[in-house]
Design a protein around this ligand. Structure first.
Ligand SMILES: Cc1cc2nc3c(=O)[nH]c(=O)nc-3n(C[C@H](O)[C@H](O)[C@H](O)COP(=O)(O)OP(=O)(O)OC[C@H]3O[C@@H](n4cnc5c(N)ncnc54)[C@H](O)[C@@H]3O)c2cc1C
Length: 443
């Protein structure tokens, strides 16, 4: 036998938020499971915002927790600030949101995976799915190793043929400079799977020492913290918290953005992908809402291990010099130093209409999908899909009935139903381009 060959019940491709929940669900249901990642150092990585929960997302995390998922427990272990949003409104819309220590979140999730029986972690790039007579047989890695399994769950997030872009700089990597996965798309297409090209973006991370916090509004955590997980002892989460900060863009920020839109890769056509829902860049917001003379900027710590701060609300793919200029117009950021530039990322994902409500592909028995790979966006959205895909793949192997949550039962049901029944490609960037062309930028 020339290459390594192993047999599992279930293969999970991807150890992001979807893959971790999928693999934990399968292993906890007693099935021999292997989870692949391009880097074990990036298990449950948060490549964008440093928080879990918020409006609707907080509900998803709590539903996931009630079903046996891990995200709620993990954020309870690793949060550095917690806040119940919408408290001035009725209890149905109260939404829990917690700032995470990013490294600790990732470390603790890895620890959980490593201490779960029947779960094997493997750093390798999956390059092919193996299908015979419409039924999944397993996967092959780029080294030629074959992993046979009764079910495969694809949770590849933003890594397939990924490209990170700002201005005229384009790097062929996944998030945070991690290796992209360049082969799997072709295998999926060869097996009749329709693929889309999507894009999303992230703001710059800046050095906290270069910020004048006295010009910003302090955002404190709740005095009495409510845990995410129903199984967390409420006393264990009462601890010292860090502050976040609120500031705003202004006319000068917007003038700089508008006058440099022609240098945006969105405008030049260097970015082809459309955006997943609800992830507008600051240039998108400025163009789409010309009547708004300011936008919120939430300045949030990335963790206790660093003084890097996240500039929530200011995602961008403008060139480096424009990023500096626009950020420095914001009160408190006049002398800001960037640690990591803002960038957009393009990646391959599927047309999720190819999935059943169980998240199994209609055409390939035993092949499931979860997370950003399904065209959604967000850690929480990814986690709940990964969990449901994991449960349903396990049910299939165990010969038991699969589980579909109804729209009337759970936010998870609404999310998945939308994904598998509604078109999921917004034309936000075409829209941005046409609006820019219709209104020439001021000098
Ligand atoms: C730049 C950027 C900006 C973002 N902005 C936002 C935002 O504003 N709002 C928001 O809600 N969300 C945002 N996100 C999305 C958020 O990061 C994702 O929704 C979330 O991480 C998706 O989780 P996932 O598990 O689906 O995928 P990911 O977290 O991307 O994890 C994918 C996993 O798959 C593995 N993998 C992929 N292909 C292979 C392969 N072939 N072989 C082996 N392993 C493989 C990777 O190693 C990784 O472990 C952003 C992401 C990025 C990168």
């Amino acid at each position: 036998m020339p290459y390594l060959e192993e047999i599992y019940n279930i293969v999970v491709v991807g150890a992001g938020h979807a893959g971790c929940e999928a693999a934990l669900a399968c292993a906890r249901l007693g099935l021999e499971t292997i989870i692949f990642t391009v880097s074990v150092d990036s298990i449950a990585l948060m490549p964008c915002n440093p928080n879990v929960g918020g409006s609707s997302k907080g509900h998803l995390v709590r539903e996931l927790d009630a079903l046996g998922g891990e995200m709620g427990k993990n954020i309870d272990r690793t949060f550095i600030q917690s806040k119940m949003l919408n408290e001035s409104k009725g209890p149905a819309v109260h939404s829990l949101r917690a700032q995470a220590d990013k490294q600790e979140y990732s470390r603790q999730m890895r620890k959980t995976l490593e201490s779960t029986d029947k779960l094997t972690i493997r750093q390798a790039e999956v390059s092919e799915i193996l299908v015979e007579d419409g039924k999944i047989q397993g996967v092959k890695t780029s080294s030629g190793a074959v992993y046979r399994a009764g079910a495969v769950i694809l949770c590849t997030g933003t890594y397939l043929k990924a490209r990170c872009i700002y201005g005229d700089v384009s790097n062929p990597t996944g998030p945070n400079g991690l290796q992209a996965a360049n082969y799997l798309t072709d295998s999926l297409k060869a097996n009749g799977i329709e693929m889309f090209r999507f894009k999303t973006g992230t703001p710059a991370r800046v050095d906290g020492r270069s910020i004048d916090f006295s010009k910003m509004e302090e955002q404190l955590g709740d005095e009495r913290v409510v845990p995410f997980s129903f199984s967390t002892d409420p006393e264990s989460v009462q601890k010292e918290q860090v502050s976040c900060w609120l500031t705003y863009t202004n006319d000068e920020t917007h003038r700089i953005i508008k006058s440099n839109l022609n240098r945006s890769p969105l405008f030049s056509g260097a970015i082809e992908g459309t955006g997943p829902r609800y992830c507008p860049s600051i240039e998108d917001k400025v163009v789409k809402f010309p009547d708004k003379n300011r936008h919120q900027v939430f300045v949030e710590p990335e963790g206790l291990y660093t003084n890097e701060m996240y500039l929530g609300g200011m995602s961008s793919s403008l060139p480096e010099d424009v990023q500096y200029a626009m950020y420095r117009t914001v009160p408190g950021l006049e002398k800001v130093r960037i640690v990591r530039n803002a960038y957009a990322i393009e990646y391959d994902c599927i047309n999720s209409l190819q999935l059943k409500p169980t998240l199994e592909f209609k055409k390939i028995r035993g092949l499931f999908a979860g997370g950003q790979f399904n065209g959604s966006s967000g850690y929480e959205e990814a986690a709940v899909q990964g969990f449901m895909a994991g449960v349903n793949a396990s049910m299939e192997i165990l010969g038991r009935s699969q589980i579909v949550l109804d729209r009337s039962q759970a936010y998870i049901g609404v999310l998945i139903d939308d994904l598998v029944t509604k078109e999921n490609h917004e034309l936000q960037d075409d829209d941005l381009q046409s609006r820019v062309q219709a209104s020439p930028a001021p000098g």
